[in-house]
Design a protein around this ligand. Structure first.
Ligand code: SAH
Ligand code: SF4
Length: 398
C-alpha cells in the first residue's frame, strides 16, 4: 500500500528551528541585515538617527563592496568609533571546516554556522562563467528518493546572513574584492545546494536582495537561478518578490513516478506545478524556465516520457528549456543512471520538438560536489562516533 507521508513545509509549517540572530558572544552579525536593519541596530545601540543613517551606508559599502571584515579597515568611519562598533557588532563569515578541489577545478567547502551546523557550497568554474551553488537549508525536509541531501536527519533554515555569507566567502577565496563590474570569476549564482529555497522563503528573499544590491555584491537577477522541487503556493511570490530565473525539478511526467521520486508531488501535482510555471512573472523566450530532469534508468527515461514532456511543455505554452542531469550516485542510493545512449535519445526527442535539452556535465563527482551528492560529513558519522570524537577532544584539552 502506498501510505501517504505528510509533506512538511512553509504552508504546512514543521518545527524547523530558526537560527539565533545574536551570537553566543552577544554581538550582532551585520551580514544578512538590510540597510534599514543595520540603521536600526545602530540606533538601538545608541547612535543618533542621522549618524546611524550615514554609518549604515558606510558600513554597507565596506561590507558588501569592499569585503572588509574588520572595522579598523573602514577609513571613513572615525577611528574612535571602531572599538565601539567592534564591541557590539561583527562582520561574520561561516567557518570553513574543509575546502576541497576536484580534478575538474570544481571546489567544495564544508561550512559551519555559529551554532555548529554544517552545510556546503560549491563553485563551478567554466570557460565563460563561474557559478556558485548556494545552500538554503541544513539538510532538507523533502525526501526526494534520488537525493542524498534528503536523507539528512537534521534540518534547519539558514539565516539570510548564512546565505549571503556563502557568497562573501567565495569572493574571499577567489580574491574578488572590491566588487568589480567586469572580469569576475564568480558571475552566476544557483540556489541549488542543500535545501528547498522556497521553504525558507523570507531568508532566501532577503539574502538575494543583498546579493543583487548595486552598491554591494551587485549580481544581476539574470545571473541568479532559484531551483525548487515544486512548492506551488510560493512560486508567484518568488516571481514577484525575488524575480530571479526559475528552475523546476520536474524529473517525471506521470503522477505515479513523480509521486514516488519527488514525494512533494503528492501535495502539489504536475498540472498545478506547470500552471504555476505558466503564471511565473518574467518568464519569456529570453528568460526561459529550466526544467531539471534527472535521468534514472528504467524509471523516467523512455521515449514515451520524453514525448509526454514535450506535450506538457506545449500544453502550458511554457518558454522552457530542459536540463537533463545524469544521476549522480551516492552510497545507499537505489537508482542507476540511464545509459548515455538513452540520455541522447531522450534529449533528441525534446530537441527535435524545438526545445533545447542539453545534458548537464557532472562536475566535482570525485569530491561528492555534484548535484544531489551534498550531505555534510558530520552527518555521515554516527552519533556514537561523534560522541567519541567529542570525548577525545575534551581529553586532549585536558
Ligand atoms: N531543493 C531544490 C534545489 C536543490 S537540488 C530542488 O530540488 O530543486 C538541485 C538539483 O539537483 C535538483 O534538480 C535536484 O533534483 C537534483 N538532484 C538531486 N539529487 C540528484 C542526484 N543524485 N543526481 C542528479 N541530480 C540530483
Ligand atoms: Fe530537497 Fe531538492 Fe534534494 Fe529534493 S532534490 S531532497 S527538494 S534538496
Amino acid at each position: 500500500m502506498n501510505v501517504l507521508m505528510p509533506i512538511p513545509g512553509h504552508v504546512d509549517p514543521v518545527p524547523v528551528p530558526r537560527a539565533p540572530s545574536v551570537r553566543a558572544d552577544g554581538r550582532v552579525d551585520l551580514v544578512g541585515l538590510s540597510r534599514a536593519a543595520i540603521r536600526e541596530a545602530l540606533e538601538a545601540a545608541g547612535l543618533e538617527p542621522k549618524q546611524a543613517k550615514l554609518r549604515a551606508k558606510q558600513l554597507w559599502h565596506w561590507i558588501y563592496n569592499r569585503g572588509a571584515i574588520d572595522f579598523t579597515a573602514m577609513t571613513d568611519i572615525a577611528k574612535a568609533q571602531h572599538p565601539w562598533l567592534a564591541e557590539r557588532f561583527v562582520v561574520g563569515r561561516p567557518e570553513v571546516v574543509e575546502a576541497q578541489v576536484s580534478t575538474d577545478g570544481t571546489r567544495k567547502w564544508l561550512l559551519r554556522s555559529e551554532d555548529g551546523q554544517d552545510f556546503e557550497m560549491v563553485f563551478i568554474p567554466d570557460a565563460d562563467r563561474g557559478t556558485l551553488c548556494v545552500s538554503s537549508q541544513v539538510g532538507c525536509t523533502l525526501n526526494c528518493r534520488f537525493c542524498h541531501t534528503g536523507t539528512m536527519r537534521l534540518v534547519r533554515n539558514l539565516t539570510a546572513g548564512e546565505i549571503v555569507g556563502q557568497v562573501m566567502l567565495a569572493r574571499d577565496a577567489l580574491g574578488e574584492w572590491p566588487s568589480q563590474p567586469e572580469g569576475r570569476l564568480l558571475t552566476n549564482i544557483v540556489m541549488m545546494g542543500m535545501g528547498e529555497p522556497l521553504y525558507n522563503f523570507d531568508n532566501v528573499r532577503d539574502a538575494l536582495a543583498i546579493v543583487m544590491d548595486g552598491d554591494g555584491l551587485a549580481l544581476s537577477k539574470r545571473r541568479i537561478t532559484l531551483s525548487t522541487s515544486g512548492v506551488v503556493p510560493m512560486m508567484a511570490r518568488a516571481g514577484a518578490e525575488i524575480g530571479v530565473n526559475l528552475a523546476v525539478s520536474l524529473h517525471a511526467v506521470t503522477k505515479e513516478i513523480r509521486d514516488e521520486i519527488v514525494p512533494l508531488n503528492r501535495k502539489y501535482g504536475i498540472e498545478a506545478l506547470l500552471q504555476a510555471c505558466a503564471d511565473y512573472p518574467g518568464a519569456n523566450n529570453a528568460r526561459r524556465i529550466t526544467f531539471e530532469y534527472v535521468m534514472l534508468k528504467d524509471k523516467n527515461d523512455s521515449d514515451a516520457d520524453a514525448r509526454e514532456l514535450v506535450r506538457l511543455i506545449r500544453k502550458y505554452r511554457l518558454p522552457a528549456k530542459v536540463n537533463l542531469i545524469p544521476f549522480n550516485l551516492w552510497p545507499g542510493a537505489s537508482y542507476e543512471c540511464s545509459t548515455p545512449e538513452r540520455v541522447r535519445a531522450f534529449s533528441n526527442i525534446i530537441f527535435e520538438a524545438g526545445i533545447s535539452a542539453p545534458v548537464r556535465t557532472p562536475r566535482g563527482r570525485d569530491i561528492d560536489a555534484a548535484c544531489g551528492q551534498l550531505k555534510t560529513a558530520s552527518e555521515k558519522k554516527s552519533r556514537a562516533e561523534l560522541d567519541r570524537l567529542a570525548e577525545e577532544k575534551q581529553a586532549a584539552l585536558g
